[in-house]
Design a protein around this ligand. Structure first.
Ligand code: B4P
Length: 194
């Protein structure tokens, strides 16, 4: 299974990917987690990315593509993957398309988690208080939502045009949302096999 999870910041992509990885038997590849690991390790790239992330902006496409290419080349990704946080703009969507066709691993499904902005601000505020992630403060979350609307929302359209997009309601108990995503994946696999 090669799956992209789309959705606004705080829509629950990471939360759902962590639950689905065991059930689908494929790794969860989160570009946000990879960037935060680089920041924590204090690598030159991590130091550069930190200021950009803290401001709620997107890190450069070149850095992200290189990072993703290295990750997809690892053995565990040969069986498939759940991609969380990538692509975040049309240039990344295009780059991913080229990368996956070059390595002969086209996407099976793209699922977008739909959550209203007010709920997102509330969720990130809870996480900000619990974990202190700089980009979760309410002002930065609003900035991230603006960037999402401008740059990431068109990515859903990119996949819709290719007949790959499924939109799932991301509001509700975690189990309910997981069940909705799995139902969407089942309907995708039935369409692919019919
Ligand atoms: P990410 O790490 O992708 O952060 P996110 O969008 O906040 O996470 P997600 O949607 O996965 O939310 P989560 O499940 O955690 O990106 C961080 C930054 O990294 C970006 O702003 C950017 O700077 C950089 N970056 C990453 N990828 C990039 C790329 N491709 N290009 C450029 N820059 C990139 O859920 C959020 C909260 O909601 C959690 O606290 C969770 O407990 C809660 N929650 C989840 N589901 C819930 C539910 N059903 N009900 C109630 N609460 C729920």
């Amino acid at each position: 299974m090669r799956l992209v999870l789309l959705g606004a910041p705080g829509s629950g992509k990471g939360t759902q990917a962590a639950r689905l990885k065991t059930q689908l038997g494929v790794p969860h590849i989160s570009t946000g987690d990879m960037l935060r690991a680089a920041v924590a390790a204090g690598t030159p790239m991590g130091l550069k990315a930190k200021a950009v992330m803290d401001a709620g902006q997107l890190v450069s496409d070149d850095i992200l593509l290189g990072m993703l290419e290295d990750r997809l080349a690892q053995d565990d990704a040969k069986a498939g993957f759940i991609l969380d946080g990538y692509p975040r703009n049309l240039a990344q969507a295009d780059a991913l398309d080229h990368l996956l066709s070059r390595i002969g691993q086209p996407l099976d499904s793209v699922v977008k988690l739909k959550v209203p902005s007010e709920a997102i601000v509330g969720r990130c505020e809870i996480r900000f208080k619990a974990e202190g992630r700089a980009d979760d403060n309410p002002e930065t979350v609003r900035k991230r939502l603006g960037i999402y609307a401008e740059q990431t929302a068109p990515v859903a359209e990119f996949y819709a045009k290719r007949g790959k997009l499924q939109v799932v309601d991301g509001v509700g108990e975690l189990d309910e949302v997981t069940a909705r995503v799995k139902a969407a994946l089942r309907s995708d696999s039935m369409t692919a096999s019919s």
